[in-house]
Structure formats: C-alpha cells, structure tokens
Design a protein around this ligand. Structure first.
Ligand SMILES: *Cc1c(COP(=O)(O)O)cnc(C)c1O
Length: 472
C-alpha cells in the first residue's frame, strides 16, 4: 500500500452510535436556549461533536478485552503491577500512582512540590513562580490555588498563524534561563513541559529543546514534570521532523523524551485512549521522597495508591491503551486526518494555525475582522457553525482567557481561535469534508455574523457556564 495518495483508516469499525439529524430552525432554538454557549448544548442535539478529544474517542478491541482481566483488590492489585510495569517499559519511570484523570495527578504533585520548597528553604509561597512552555488551564489553576504565580516561556512564533515552524511548542530557552535568574532558583518549585503544547494549537516540542530545557533545570536544581497528555503525537512529530530521530521508533523517541524530566503527569484520556484515567509517575530514587509524600496525599484525595482513582479493569485498559496509542500506523493516520481538515479549510480561504496533533485551530479574528475581541469573534463563529451544520466546536480566545482578577479588565489574548478537536477513530473523511463544506457556507455570510455580549458572567471559569446574546 506504499504508492497511494489516500491514507485510509487502519482499523475496522465494529460498534455504531447513531446520531440525530436536525433542522436549522431546531438548532437556532437550541443555541439560543443554550445562551449562545455550545458548552450548554445537549450532546443529543449535536451532529458532529468537536468540543474535545478528551475521553470521547473510540477504544481498541484489546483495550475492551483487557477490562475483563481486572483484579479489583483494594491493595496490591495485579492490575496495578501490570500498569506500573508498562510505565517502566515505555517511559523508564520507577514509581507509578494511578489517578482518575490528569487533574487528579495535578492535585497531588503540585501542593507537594510547592510545600517542599517552602519547608526546605523557609520561603513565602506568594513569591514562588512556576514555569512552562505553556500551562494547560487546570495545571495553571492548581498552581495558582496553591499560591504560585505562573509564567509561560513560549517562542515568539507560537501564536502567529502566519508563521510555519516545525516545533512551535518549544520553550524559549533564553527567556527560561533569564526568568530563573531574575526570580531566583529557590523560588521555582517546578518546571512543566507540556507535550504537545495544547494552548498553542497542539504544537510539538522537539527532543533537542527538551534536552536543553532539562540541562537548564538540572543546573538550577529545579524538578521537571512532563505534562504528557499527547506524548505519542509529540513523538510522531519528532520522528517526522527532527533529523536525528527520523529512523527511530515511536517507542525509542518516547523513552528518550522522558529522560528529560523527573516526573510525569498524564491525562490518559487523550493519547492513551481511555475514557477516564490518569497517571502520576516518578523517574528514580532522586524523586523517592516526593513520591512518598504524593502517595500519602493520594490516599485522601484519589484512593489507596495501588488503585488511585481507577478500578482494576480500568488500570488494565490503560496499560493496553498506552501501547495501542503509540502504533506507527495509527499515529500517521491520526495526524494526517487533522492535516486533511486544516488543508481543506485553508484551501477555501479559512486561515488556521498550522496543523498540530489533535485539532484544527481556525483564526476567527481573521475570518470575522468586523467583530472586535471583546465581542468574542471565535464564540460567534462557534454559534454560527452550530446553526449551519450542527457542529460543536470550542472558543480558545478572549472568552476563555477572561478578566484580570485585580483590575476586572478583559485580558489581552494573543489570538482569537476556534478549536475543532478531532476525537480518536470516531469521525471519517466524509465528516471532514462536511465540516469544510459547512465553513464554506459560514464564510459566504461572514459579514452578517454578529458579535456577542454577556447576559450572565460568572466570576471564575466563565467559559463553561456564561450566557451571551447577539449584539444587534
Ligand atoms: C487534558 C489535559 C490536562 C488535564 O487532564 P484531565 O484528564 O482533563 O483532568 C492537563 N494537561 C494537558 C496538557 C491536557 O491536555
């Protein structure tokens, strides 16, 4: 099958979930009823759901079968050992704690690392700063509620949709080291390396960048946590784009990447393909003390450390999902599907962030230049897309970013993006073509799309529950 232009699905579909077709009038009423916020729509009223790829994809036959092998013992479960051994083989990490999802790992390691710095050095946590190429929102939230200030050190090109670059998720290494020197190493309890960089549009981090970042971290004795939701997609991009790794397997690249961190936190709902699950793992003896503290906190927050937030069957399913999500053919197909959608949108003049791992990011600011940022162009686009075609997408822009808690002013946002997130092995090429056709219709009437204003605005996390109306 070497000489074909098409790269078909490398799987057969064995279970079908029917979806309902609706009329334009029905959808107009539904989105109005949802306060012009697609988060408040019922899933039954959505034809193609691109809200997230988190726990929404298909799972493999082997994952389904593995669930039956679960050992549901309260402690010392066989399924725990299966999972911990799989982690050891794939990532080379000695200690594993299963959690219910990614933020389950965050609510354990973040307070432990901040408290450790505070006690060791007798410091005030309000002076502490944590660094990342870009914090995912829950990682940022956990850092902030534990008293630290977050600082993202991303490259200049990261949010510029007119620039093409292989590794837009990279750390700005100069800014990383400068910030450490300015803030003082004792005030930095951890660095988070997010792969792929979700907030910049699923953009990868290169192995060379990780190595350089880790060398800086070691020089200043700061622990590094790999925020690992899309570790397999990141490894695939490294294989395709980084000369040193072009003949390496996904497994080898993954192992090399994880030498550049001391711990990993993972939302297993993304590349590990499970509907619910997460991991918190530590590399070696240098992290043993932190691991023990985390186990204690795990007992009160997630569960006994040999099941954490997961039942036995779910630990077995995760152990298989970690491997199935790293299959070369699978990753080639998945990344190609996202690129197909992005290229199709670009071809009809809809500007996107360059193709990343898990989603197409449409530049709504460019598609709807008549709507200013404070009237949320990407949210207006999301509502129009739903009205036209029953497609649910999510705003990644000013509406998500929110206000400065001190001044109450809207924070300036680097880009107004609409994210079309592709669940794994769930939608076909016909769906991608349908989405492109829907954008064609939206684009033709772009001038008539109206900006939005709040009718209800909660103080925090307004993205999920706010209600809006069109500005006449
Ligand atoms: C999804 C995600 C998280 C949070 O994980 P949940 O499973 O949603 O709790 C953290 N970091 C990154 C990079 C993610 O993509």
């Amino acid at each position: 099958m070497e000489n074909f232009k098409h790269l078909p699905e490398p799987f057969r579909i064995r279970v079908i979930e029917p979806v309902k077709r609706t009329t334009r009038a029905y959808r107009e009423a539904a989105i109005l009823n949802a306060g012009m916020n697609p988060f408040l729509l019922d899933s039954e009223d959505v034809f193609i759901d691109l809200l997230t790829d988190s726990g929404t994809g298909a799972i493999t036959q082997n994952m389904q079968a593995a669930m039956l092998r679960g050992d549901e013992a309260y402690s010392g479960s066989r399924s725990y050992h299966t999972l911990a051994n799989t982690v050891k083989e794939i990532f080379g990490y000695a200690y594993t704690i299963p959690t219910h999802q990614g933020r389950g790992a965050e609510q354990i390691y973040i307070p432990v690392l901040i408290k450790k710095r505070e006690q060791e050095k007798g410091l005030d946590r309000s002076k502490m700063v944590v660094l990342s190429n870009y914090f995912f929102d829950t990682t940022q939230g956990h850092s902030q509620i534990n008293g630290a200030t977050v600082c993202n050190v991303y490259t200049k090109s990261a949010f510029d949709t007119s620039i093409q670059e292989d590794f837009k998720g990279n750390f700005d290494l100069e800014k990383l080291e400068q910030t450490i020197q300015q803030v003082g190493t004792q005030h930095i309890p951890y660095i988070v390396c997010t792969i792929t960089c979700n907030s910049a549009g699923g953009q990868p981090v290169s192995l060379a960048n990780m190595r350089a970042m880790y060398a800086i971290a070691q020089k200043y004795e700061i622990p590094v946590i790999m925020d690992s939701a899309r570790f397999a997609e990141n490894a695939y991009f490294i294989q395709q784009r980084e000369a040193e790794c072009k003949d390496w397997s996904i497994e080898k690249i993954t192992y090399e990447c994880y030498r550049c961190a001391d711990a990993l936190a993972m939302s297993a709902k993304k590349d590990a393909m499970v509907q619910m699950g997460g991991l918190l793992c530590f590399k070696d003896q240098s992290m043993e003390e932190v691991y023990n503290e985390c186990r204690t906190l795990c007992v009160v927050q997630e569960g006994f450390p040999t099941y954490g937030g997961l039942e036995g069957g779910a630990m077995e399913r995760l152990a298989v999902g970690l491997r199935d999500g790293m299959q070369q053919d699978w990753l080639a197909y998945r990344i190609n599907q996202v690129a197909y959608l992005v290229n199709g949108l670009e071809a009809i003049g809809v500007v996107c962030q360059q193709p990343g791992g898990h989603a197409a990011f449409v530049d709504a600011g460019k598609l709807l230049p008549h709507i200013p940022a404070e009237q949320f162009p990407a949210q207006a686009l999301a509502c129009e897309l739903y009205k036209v075609a029953g497609i649910r997408a999510v705003e990644i822009g000013s509406f998500l970013l929110g206000r400065d808690p001190k001044t109450g002013h809207q924070l300036p946002c680097p880009a107004e993006l609409l994210r079309l997130t592709i669940p794994r092995a769930t939608y076909t090429q016909t769906h991608m073509d349908f989405i492109i056709e829907a954008f064609q219709q939206v684009k033709e009437k772009a001038q008539s799309i109206k900006g939005l204003t709040f009718t209800y605005e909660p103080k925090v996390l307004r993205h999920f529950t706010a209600r809006l109306k069109e500005i006449e």
